[in-house]
Design a protein around this ligand. Structure first.
Ligand code: GRF
Length: 188
């Protein structure tokens, strides 16, 4: 698989993929490009590992620019790992069933437009859910609506806050993402 990983923030999930490739827990997989929609620490991670990095301005019409980059790098699969922009539908047409996204809750609950970061975990707490978790799903035109590839649960304790839940789930994400990429690879 020739992967592109899309990021917007710290990039700890990107780092997990890099580490899994370097330690051969992920084989036959290469990150050919990291794409970011803003300045972010994930850039440092990509550069440190000599992975080509492309940043676009999300206030512009970026679609074709990014598609050109992906095609130049012969990208076969895309992983959205903490990417906060909405992917235009043309991406889903060109890379149909070849794009996955990581979401920090148990979809189909607590997803959709505006559900990112602490808002997701606050919604879980406000709803008095007994459990939450992480989901990796295929990306389609609808936000957080594609088929689920993998999901892992954790308990929500009475003492949990949005912040503690976020930490707990972040840890879960790091594990589930690697397993999901392995499954993604098997389906290729
Ligand atoms: C993760 O919680 C992911 O689910 C969400 O954004 C966060 C990214 O974390 N979409 P990081 O940038 O990989 O550390």
């Amino acid at each position: 698989m020739q992967l592109a990983v899309f990021v917007s923030g710290n990039g700890s999930n990107l780092q997990c993929i890099i580490d899994a490739i370097e330690t051969e827990r992920l084989t036959d997989t290469e990150i050919k490009l990291v794409v970011a929609d803003r300045d972010c620490f994930a850039k440092e991670r990509a550069l440190k590992h000599k992975i080509p990095f492309f940043q676009f301005d999300r206030k512009t019409n970026w679609q074709q620019l990014v598609i050109d980059q992906l095609q130049q790098h012969q990208i076969t699969h895309i992983v959205l790992a903490g990417f906060l922009s909405i992917l235009p539908k043309q991406f889903c047409e060109i890379w149909s069933n070849k794009i996955i996204n990581l979401h920090p809750a148990l979809l189909p609950k607590h997803g959709g437009k505006g559900m990112y970061g602490l808002k997701v975990h606050q919604a879980v707490i406000d709803n008095k859910e007994a459990e939450s978790g992480a989901t990796v799903h295929f990306v389609t035109e609808g936000i957080d609506e594609g088929n689920i590839l993998l999901q892992e649960k954790c308990a929500v304790e009475a003492t949990d806050t949005a912040e503690t839940l976020q930490q707990k789930i972040h840890h879960l994400e790091h594990q589930i993402l690697i397993k999901a990429i392995q499954l993604f690879h098997e389906k290729k």
